[in-house]
Design a protein around this ligand. Structure first.
Ligand SMILES: Nc1ncnc2c1ncn2[C@@H]1O[C@H](COP(=O)(O)OP(=O)(O)OP(=O)(O)O)[C@@H](O)[C@H]1O
Length: 479
């Protein structure tokens, strides 16, 4: 993996806590290994930057650096969170974005994560089809994207990692190069890190999308399983087919455990009212118990999913989708089962380059990510005047507004608190956080049916296939 991917935490190896690794220009030393190009995105918890490595072995390789903001109370990332993040560095799978480096600012325990860069994501791909080219995504691409998403998810679930926040913007797709058209799941394993020490900045008016949230979470389940991710995959599958979010509830401000009545309403209108007969544990869910008027009392007709996705209820695609959108999480299809579904055995077979369909179909040229070269790591100041960015990235001038990476309608936080650039030390958290001690990854809820003892072994096996099915056989000719 990129420079230093396995070198522990970073660059200087300087583990002092007194800011001794800042250089004269007041930039943290670890930053010297990158050329910072500009901001490419903004999420609930921070900003994402495009950088290029400067180290000779990997010169020019694109990296996405995610900078986490401080929560309002200024508490940074806890040792527990650091341990969890360090475990994420061991996650290696073709369909999961690689965490290359972790950088910590010791003065406030703020955090920078460096990932392999992916040029596209499903949010932009769907948006491009809906708003620009105005036609559906071809079947081969839908099937390949879905298969790879499930493949990455199966690996994560096998390693006890539940994503919990799957949505189109964090399902990345590689641009030009050897990995063109390969899906990479981003933001995995961070939900727990976010929840505890890096609280969502709800006071800042951040809006969190809930369109992909499973009904058990919306109904207040305290214990959840990997089935929550399969619900999200179902929603994303439907969106790939129709180019519209399936359950577009009104987004609410992030609060610790908001009750999302409107989102439930949208789901019930499509799938009908859930019943205790079909979903026995429903009776135990807090909001079901407590809200007699809206949740239990209001009866919805079952309009039928087929009316919304416009595919035949007899088709394998519909069968798979319905199994992903099963109310009872215990009955919902797992990633492993979904990979084995008939849908993936029928033509067009899924392939590795999801963006290049079989002969005869048009190749869609998706736009590259806009880069805002006016925003630096501090998130507020002007880096330099807008300038062309090499290797295919759009320039700031193409963007909506001076600082405007296009608003995705999911999260628009206020630009973060300026961080002290001194005292940022890259240090080997592998040892500090007790890596190698055989720990459980911070109690990340495990997948249904996964043996806890198997986990550490699995995590270290680094077998991209993880014993799961490969691409369906005949597909080889596509690759
Ligand atoms: N490794 C990466 N390579 C390229 N772009 C990335 C990478 N990781 C994230 N991005 C992009 O950066 C943007 C912001 O991502 P981020 O995960 O911070 O927020 P989000 O997914 O949009 O929202 P939220 O924070 O609510 O999950 C998104 O457009 C995302 O696709």
């Amino acid at each position: 993996m990129g420079d230093g991917g396995n070198r522990g935490l970073v660059s200087s190896g300087n583990s002092n806590h007194n800011g001794g690794n800042s250089n004269s220009s007041n930039k943290p030393e670890w930053l010297l290994q990158y050329d910072l190009i500009g901001k490419i995105g903004e999420g609930t918890y921070g900003l994402v930057f495009l950088a290029r490595t400067k180290t000779p072995s990997n010169r020019g390789k694109s990296i996405a650096i995610k900078k986490f903001k401080q929560s309002k109370d200024g508490d940074g990332v806890s040792p527990t969170a650091i341990r969890e993040i360090m475990l994420l560095r061991e996650i290696t799978h073709e369909n999961v974005v690689k965490l290359v480096n972790v950088h910590i600012n010791h003065t406030d325990m703020s955090l920078y994560l460096a990932f392999d860069y992916a040029e596209h994501d499903l949010y932009e791909i769907i948006r491009h089809h809906r708003d620009k080219v105005n036609h559906a995504i071809n079947q081969y691409t839908v099937k390949s994207l879905l298969w790879q998403l499930l493949n990455g998810l199966n690996y994560l679930h096998s390693n006890w990692i539940i994503h919990r926040d799957l949505k189109p913007s964090n399902i990345l797709v590689m641009g030009d190069g050897e990995e063109q058209g390969v899906v990479k799941i981003a933001d995995f394993g961070l939900a727990r890190v976010y929840q505890a020490p890096l609280k969502p900045l709800s006071e800042n008016g951040v809006v969190v999308t809930i369109w992909y949230r499973a009904p058990e979470l919306l109904l207040g389940a305290k214990h959840y399983t990997s089935a929550v991710d399969m619900w999200a995959v179902g929603c994303i599958f439907a969106e790939l087919l129709t180019l519209k979010p399936l359950f577009q509830g009104a987004e609410v401000k992030a609060t610790p455990n908001p009750f999302q009545l409107d989102q439930l309403d949208k789901i019930f209108k499509v799938l009908g009212h859930p019943t205790i007969e079909k979903w026995p544990t429903l009776a135990n869910l807090p909001h079901w118990q407590n809200d007699l008027q809206h949740i239990q009392g209001h009866k919805y007709d079952n309009h039928g999913l087929h009316g919304f996705v416009h595919i035949s209820p007899k088709s394998p695609a519909f069968d798979l989708l319905s199994k992903m959108l099963e109310y009872d999480p215990r009955k919902r299809i797992t990633a492993a089962q979904a990979l084995d579904h008939e849908y993936f055995r029928l033509e067009p077979l899924p392939g590795r380059n999801a963006l290049v369909p079989s002969q005869g179909e048009k190749v869609v040229n998706y736009p590259t990510r806009p880069v805002d070269t006016t925003t630096d790591f501090e998130g507020t100041t002007s880096l330099q005047p807008s300038q062309p960015v090499s290797s295919g990235n759009a320039v700031a001038g193409n963007m909506a507004g001076v600082h405007g990476v296009p608003n995705r309608g999911v999260a628009r936080p206020i630009i973060g608190v300026r961080m002290q650039s001194q005292g940022i030390a890259g240090y080997n958290l592998g040892s500090q956080a007790g890596m190698g001690g055989g720990m459980n990854p911070g109690g990340i809820p495990m997948q249904r049916g996964v043996n806890p003892q198997a986990h550490q072994q699995q995590l270290r096996r680094k077998d991209p296939g993880m014993g799961m099915s490969g691409y369906p056989q005949q597909k080889q000719r596509r690759m």
